[in-house]
Design a protein around this ligand. Structure first.
Ligand code: FE
Ligand code: CA
Length: 517
């Protein structure tokens, strides 16, 4: 028996092209569970995603929601468990299925489905989809990493940060998807907790997010965006959170404003909603909703991605959250990673056999003097506010002879490219480089080179690029070099912007320092 499908889900599949449509005839209604309610159609409104690839599999994600913006955060779904079938195939038409199974969408996790798939061939491309009752999801593409000891083909990795639904269109995600990368990193601020102001698109809910329902609605709204859905469907993502995923500039359990009540509860709600809406592996939940986010993605012997959480364990900012020349920032008791994560990172960097060691993390790592002339001022929310922690990591790079460290950063809503010296003088010989991606949408359309950009280039010779437009960073990581394109869009406050490459650099194996290309 073959199924007929309603036109709306078909329309959502169009981003995947004709190959997805060709598969519709294979739905077998006879295998739908007898208990499946007939009225529950149109549940795949939030798209599909894959994430955290390993050499034998990845995580698959979707969430059932008939009404994504339902104020209770439950997506207009009934309060019962619903079976969801998934399948992984080697072809985009989903004919050669190699793994399948049934997961349960539970109302306690807002009918999220997260499946950890194992047993797949390494260094290979796969396609996947879900089925709930008679309805099929769109089809996504995922990729497995190479085996340890092998390199695979050059890795096309793009990274992004700061996707604020309200302040612009996610056109940059559409362009990123068109590149067909094999891996995407999102380095924080997947959502913004902020209330509606003078925005391009209205945020749901209208106020700032505080409760689990609020954060679920905000995440669901973000996932309704077709450009974001296209970027998730094209490749596995590996994500780490930053402040706006909870609240601007929070530090550990310290809220932005000291008087804020119930912050621990708010953080726990935000962490839970984040985990429900992204393709991540299960972790245990500690006090105040604590969840271990730092982890490694190993891409054979080519690259290891050390994904960091510089938000959950950090000391409170020194001298406030702004720009300061602050002796307290150098206090060795201050930490941005927390002791346990720091030991985990040092251990992983020491043991890594990969050609490239990439640190996927949130806030600006390099020295950045933001004040003109002989006076200095540094942003206290960044690693400049935690300089002892930073110096210990730089010492690790040198003492443990870490191979080709590259730091990947989000947060600042600007593109930067910096060389990183081994010591406190930023103009010393480079031991690493830092690539900072601008936002997908945060901070309006931006301009190519604002006046403060000229100031920062003059104050900081180690900074090779400043750009304040919206976009993403596209890389190709190979055995002998890594090539980097800083992609920019002229506007995001209207849809359909074009994209171009603002600047390109190369990093060579064994020769630290950015080379403009
Ligand atoms: Fe941001
Ligand atoms: Ca200065």
């Amino acid at each position: 028996m073959t199924g007929s499908l309603s036109p709306r889900p078909l329309a959502r599949r169009t981003f995947l092209g004709g190959s997805a449509l060709a598969t519709l005839a294979v739905i077998d209604l006879a295998t739908a569970p007898a208990s499946y309610p007939r009225d529950l159609d149109d549940v795949f409104t939030l798209g599909v995603a894959s994430g955290d690839p390993a050499h034998d599999g990845f995580v698959l994600w979707t969430r059932l929601a008939r009404e994504p913006l339902a104020p209770d955060g439950l997506g207009g779904m009934p309060s019962r468990r619903i079976p969801v079938h998934w399948e992984v195939a080697t072809d985009p038409a989903m004919r050669k299925v190699v793994r399948r199974g049934t997961a349960v969408a539970d109302p306690r996790s807002a009918h999220t489905v997260q499946v950890e798939v194992h047993g797949l061939r390494p260094a290979a491309e796969f396609h996947y989809r879900f089925r709930s009752g008679k309805e099929l999801s769109g089809i996504g593409r995922a990729v497995t990493a190479p085996l340890p000891g092998s390199y695979g083909r050059p890795l096309r990795m793009s990274f992004v940060s700061c996707s604020n639904y309200a302040v612009g269109y996610f056109t940059a995600f559409r362009h990123l998807a068109a590149d067909e990368p094999d891996l995407v990193l999102h380095l924080g601020d997947y959502i913004y907790e902020t209330a509606n102001e003078d925005d391009v698109r209205a945020h749901a809910p209208a106020g700032a997010t505080h409760t689990l329902a609020d954060y679920r609605v905000r995440h669901a709204q973000t996932h309704t965006d077709p450009d974001l859905q296209a970027a998730h469907a094209v490749a596995p993502w590996s994500v780490v959170w930053d402040d706006h995923d909870v609240e601007n500039n929070y530090a550990g359990l310290v809220p932005r404003h000291p008087g804020e009540r119930h912050f621990a509860r708010r953080r726990a709600a935000a962490y839970q909603a984040y985990y429900e809406h992204l393709p991540v592996r299960r972790v245990s939940v500690g006090p105040h909703g604590a969840r271990r986010m730092y982890r490694r993605i190993e891409w054979g012997d080519l690259a290891t991605f050390h994904m960091l959480d510089t938000r959950q364990y950090r000391s409170d900012q020194a001298c406030g959250d702004g720009v300061a020349d602050c002796p307290e920032a150098a206090d060795p008791r201050r930490t941005i990673m927390g002791g346990r994560q720091e030991r985990w990172l040092v251990d992983g960097l020491t043991r890594s056999r990969a050609t490239w060691n990439l640190l996927g993390q949130q806030v600006f790592f390099g020295v950045r003097d933001m004040v003109p002339g002989r006076q200095v001022g540094y942003k206290m929310d960044a690693w400049d506010g935690y300089t002892a922690d930073r110096q210990r990591l730089l010492d690790t790079f040198v003492e443990r002879q870490v191979r080709n460290p590259v730091i990947l950063t989000g947060d600042v809503h600007k593109h930067y490219a910096n060389d990183i010296a081994a010591g406190p003088d930023p103009n010393g010989p480079a031991v690493a480089s830092e690539l900072v991606t601008t936002s997908i949408t945060s901070d309006g359309d931006g301009t190519d080179m604002p006046s403060w950009g000229e100031v920062q280039l003059a104050e900081n010779p180690q900074i090779k690029l400043v750009n304040q437009q919206r976009g993403y960073v596209r890389t190709v990581i190979d055995r002998d070099q890594m090539s980097v394109d800083f992609r920019v869009l002229p506007f995001v406050t209207r849809p359909h912007a074009p994209v171009w490459t603002r600047a390109s650099f190369a990093l060579g194996v064994g020769t630290p320092g950015l080379v403009a290309t």
